[in-house]
Design a protein around this ligand. Structure first.
Ligand SMILES: Nc1ncnc2c1ncn2[C@@H]1O[C@H](COP(=O)(O)OP(=O)(O)OP(=O)(O)O)[C@@H](O)[C@H]1O
Ligand code: SF4
Ligand SMILES: [Mg+2]
Length: 358
């Protein structure tokens, strides 16, 4: 692993890293939360929220991270950005420094000061834009604040940058004096995206960015994210619990279950020939617009809830809900590794079977 190379201070001062895009590599990421036993009481235990997750995202690509609530998607993202400290694993960000060279930054080995500087390059957009905007700050103040705190930009330049950011996300710069409550959900999410773009990041985590929006508005925000990716060369980790949303925005998809990736491949392949029983179940919940096709479709219902990560099932973590492996001894006792079953298609299952569900 190469040593971390700090962001150039002169570039940092004007708020730009000078080049677009980034690539991310995550290896064996683990996050275990210690719970209970404190002065609040409760039984002492360990929540296995992320249990050895690995993936790569190429320059300017989008990886969708999908799975039911509580499976560890946000915890994975927060560890990658070092918003929380991972228990183990490696995260490497690669970014261009000029036309011919890139640098590799070991995020986990970086000092706290380096991580603060890295935040310019790696940003997150949350599900609920209202919760992430201070209701007492105008849009202009909210967008200017990070520029004020992290750069030595003069006020006139800050105002210019705020106008630029608003135009970038399709908003009129004249709205700077308005407050968050004066905007619709879609407009607030655009403001959230503008704030994430303040320092020209190469990599963005989009944590359920459209889940709180009306379906009619979702497409507009997804289109905006797509346009920004083309224009700025951004790399995305797109978190969602719904496969229908990620189908049109992602290049690759990783399906997560109870802290582990169970299947990972390109979007086309996942929809054409997914192999993991959990992916089959998630896909069978994706609505199909054609009523004829909908009637003849394979239906796989997931029984029960995701088991508690405080005490995950032994063997395959999915075996308690799996219609294929529920009664198989090997599934109850032996954890299936995430194997590359064909070029670019990884599956963690003792009995993988290619199926087209949608
Ligand atoms: N600070 C914490 N302390 C203890 N457990 C936590 C903590 N943060 C998250 N968890 C647990 O870790 C697991 C994974 O949570 P996480 O928020 O990553 O899931 P998620 O896939 O993002 O779910 P959702 O779709 O609901 O956002 C959950 O069981 C959650 O309760
Ligand atoms: S390993 Fe067994 S329990 Fe796990 S998904 Fe495959 S068939 Fe189901
Ligand atoms: Mg989450």
């Amino acid at each position: 692993m190469e040593a971390t190379k700090p962001v150039d201070e002169a570039e940092a001062a004007n708020g730009s890293n000078g080049a677009g895009g980034a690539a991310l590599s995550v290896r064996d990421l683990v996050k275990t939360f210690e719970v209970g036993g404190g002065w609040l009481g409760g039984e002492k235990g360990e929540v296995s929220a992320v249990a050895g997750v690995s993936f790569d995202i190429g320059f300017g690509r989008t990886l969708g991270l999908v799975g039911e609530s509580g499976c560890g998607k946000s915890t994975t993202a927060r560890c990658i950005l070092r918003l929380i400290e991972p228990t183990a694993g490696e995260v490497v960000l690669q970014r261009p420094i000029d036309d011919d060279a890139t640098e590799r930054i070991d995020i986990i080995a970086s000092s706290r000061a380096e991580v603060r500087r890295l935040r310019r390059d790696m940003q997150i957009v949350f599900q609920d834009p209202f919760a992430s905007l201070n209701p007492r700050m105008t849009v202009g103040q909210a967008l200017r604040e990070p520029l004020k705190v992290h750069t030595s930009m003069p006020r006139a330049e800050q105002d210019e940058r705020v106008g630029e950011l608003l135009r970038l996300v399709g908003l009129n710069p004249r709205i700077v004096d308005r407050y968050p409550h004066e905007f619709s959900g879609g407009q607030r999410q655009r403001i959230g995206v503008a704030r994430a773009l303040a320092f020209d990041p190469g990599f963005l985590v989009l944590d359920e960015p459209v889940s709180a929006l009306d379906v009619s508005i979702q497409a507009q925000v997804l289109n905006l994210l797509d346009d920004l990716q083309q224009e700025l060369g951004l790399t995305y980790l797109f978190i969602a619990h719904d496969l229908a949303v990620v189908r049109h925005v992602c290049d690759d998809i990783a399906v997560m279950y109870l802290g582990k990736i169970v299947e990972r491949t390109s979007v086309e392949r996942l929809f054409a020939e997914s192999m993991h029983p959990y992916t089959h179940a998630l896909l069978s919940a994706v609505p199909v617009p054609d009523p004829e096709l909908e009637r003849g479709r394979l239906r796989i219902l997931l029984e029960g809830d995701v088991p508690s990560p405080l005490n995950p099932p032994p063997g395959c973590r999915f075996h308690t809900r799996c219609h294929v492996g529920r009664d198989q001894e090997v599934c109850r006792t032996t954890e299936p590794p995430l194997d590359e079953v064909s070029d670019g298609h990884w599956v963690a299952c003792h009995f993988p079977e290619a199926r087209q569900v949608v």
